[in-house]
Design a protein around this ligand. Structure first.
Ligand code: NAD
Length: 496
């Protein structure tokens, strides 16, 4: 067990708890049954507040508010929708440190990360879709020789459900909400019960920005009750979901016979493929980030690292040296690289995989232990862990761990690594390190993934399609893809 000392004053900087309530029809209200769930702070393992344990009745109220707002919002001009979305974005930026601290306290991620990534990205989501909706056009098809013209109307769906996970709480919540409302829908949204705080604060911002009441309704609670009520609702016509693959499969089973439109962004087990001809230093620094950013709790993290045999031993030594230098600590400490994992249950799940790796004859090259941070002894801290494996078939290479744990193994040829990269049930992203253009083109087209990064990682342009194949999901978010998802296409055929 390694010990890290954290300045005691940090505790005082954490924002005071504000009671979390549902945001329905522009008002903060208690859940109808007045039942509550504890909310934990991962940095110290303590309960620091409660959130509504909402039921079907709360979801119904949110639905009624959304339905009532829809006739006006769907007819609100694009300029006005755009203006409001951009105002939300500005207000998020104005409140950057408040939101970043709240996100960090709720999730365990370093405040620095929330400040540089999560909250700016949430603001960008609103700005991006505020602009994108003014550029969104539909098609027309002239039936030449038949005096006929077809044009496509792209109409908002109505009331849609947005359900998001705990790893990038506000970032992913707004990635759904912004395109949904930009396209003229009204929303019933549920953040993860594990990280509800910034979603709660968003209501306030939307109100101040002038978003009409009922356009966005935020219901807090468990997936199996509040979430289930959203997916079961017969008149919530589309569900945009990001979360685990098992939950996604369940949602698909429920939604299919109700004929809901579905967008499912699910788990990943992404390969990070390193060839000897890469720019080594850039690769090494980026690989540390792609392995351990956000405590490895990003669906896009490259958790299976494959290294060409000729540089394998050098990479192993250099990588482990860099990983050992990462500082695990309190999320508010500016020197912290790796904060706390999101929950006790999740910490236990990740640690169980380290035990599985040992049983499977994996070699723990570094990490593997809990970390006790002084003054925050009950926080959910874990050392960044690198496991050397000899086969891609082992469980730690096949199952999503979603924590600060990566595996490394060597390969001899392009064909061999391609086969291993694809031999997994997931297909979210892949990272490739090489300077060989032909190999880049060959591999990019053959890798089974929705996103391939070459000589970079997590470089995002919000116009690009985002999503996975195989067990990583169905559908694409991002850019006009998201606006297409949140609209129904209607062809109008006119004979003249
Ligand atoms: P999860 O599936 O447990 O929960 C996600 C959300 O679904 C939560 O809000 C939860 O309350 C809700 N939910 C649970 N059961 C439900 C039900 N029966 N009906 C409706 N809603 C329900 O996932 P998680 O543990 O919060 O998130 C981690 C997972 O998310 C990982 O697998 C990760 O890879 C994935 N993820 C994917 C992406 C992506 O873009 N593909 C991004 C981030 C995270």
């Amino acid at each position: 067990i390694r010990e890290f000392v954290v300045n005691k004053a940090i505790q005082d900087e954490i924002p005071a708890f504000a009671g979390i309530r549902n945001y329905i029809n522009g008002e903060y209200i208690n859940p109808i049954q007045d039942q509550w769930i504890d909310n934990y702070c991962p940095a110290n393992g303590e309960v620091y507040g409660q959130i509504p344990n909402s039921t079907k009745e709360d979801v119904e109220n949110a639905y009624i508010a959304a339905k009532s707002a829809f006739p006006i919002w769907s007819q609100t001009t694009l300029e006005e929708r755009s203006r409001i979305l951009i105002r939300i974005s500005e207000l998020l930026e104005d409140n950057l440190s408040r939101f970043a601290e709240a996100e960090s306290k709720d999730n365990g991620k370093p405040v620095s990360l929330a400040t540089q990534v999560d909250i700016p990205r949430a603001a960008s989501n609103f700005r991006f879709f505020g602009n994108a909706i003014t550029q969104f056009a539909s098609e027309s098809h002239e039936s030449v020789g038949q005096d006929t013209i077809n044009f496509t109307l792209r109409q908002p769906i109505g009331v849609v459900g947005c359900i998001s996970p705990w790893n990038l709480p506000l970032y992913l919540f707004t990635w759904k909400i912004a395109p949904a409302i930009a396209a003229g829908n009204c929303v019933v949204a549920k953040p993860s019960e594990i990280t509800p705080m910034t979603a709660y604060l968003l209501g306030e911002i939307c109100k101040e920005a002038g978003l009409p009441n009922g356009v966005l309704n935020i219901v807090h609670g468990l997936g199996t009750t509040a979430g289930q009520a959203i997916i079961d609702h017969p008149d919530i016509n589309a569900i945009s979901f990001t979360g685990g693959t098992a939950t996604g499969a369940h949602i698909a089973r429920v939604a299919a016979p109700l004929f809901k439109k579905l967008s499912l962004e699910l788990g990943g087990k992404n390969p990070n493929i390193i060839f000897a001809d890469c720019d080594y230093d850039n690769m090494l620094d980026t690989t540390v980030r792609s392995s351990f950013s956000n405590q490895g709790q990003i669906c896009l993290c490259g958790s299976r690292i494959f290294v060409e045999a000729s540089i394998y031993e050098k990479f192993k030594k250099d990588f482990v040296t860099k990983v050992k230098a990462l500082k695990v600590g309190h999320p508010s400490d500016a020197a912290t690289d790796i904060g706390a994992l999101v929950s006790k249950t999740h910490l236990e799940k990740v640690m169980a995989y380290i035990e599985i790796a040992k049983k499977e004859k994996g070699t723990i090259l570094c990490g593997g232990n809990k970390v006790v941070v002084e003054n925050f002894e009950n926080g959910y801290y874990l050392e960044p862990t690198v496991i050397e494996v000899v086969s891609n078939d082992c469980r730690v290479n096949q199952e999503e761990i979603f924590g600060p744990v990566v595996t490394i193994m060597s390969f001899e040829s392009e064909d061999e690594v391609l086969e291993m990269a694809n031999k997994v049930k997931y297909g979210l992203s892949a990272t490739l390190w090489t300077n060989d253009l032909k190999r880049t083109m060959r591999m990019s087209s053959q890798l089974q993934a929705g996103i391939v990064w070459v000589n970079t990682w997590m470089m995002r342009d919000l116009r690009t399609p985002f999503g996975g194949i195989k067990a990583s999901g169905v559908g694409r978010e991002g850019g006009f893809e998201a606006l297409r998802f949140f609209t129904e296409a209607k062809n109008v055929c006119i004979k003249y």
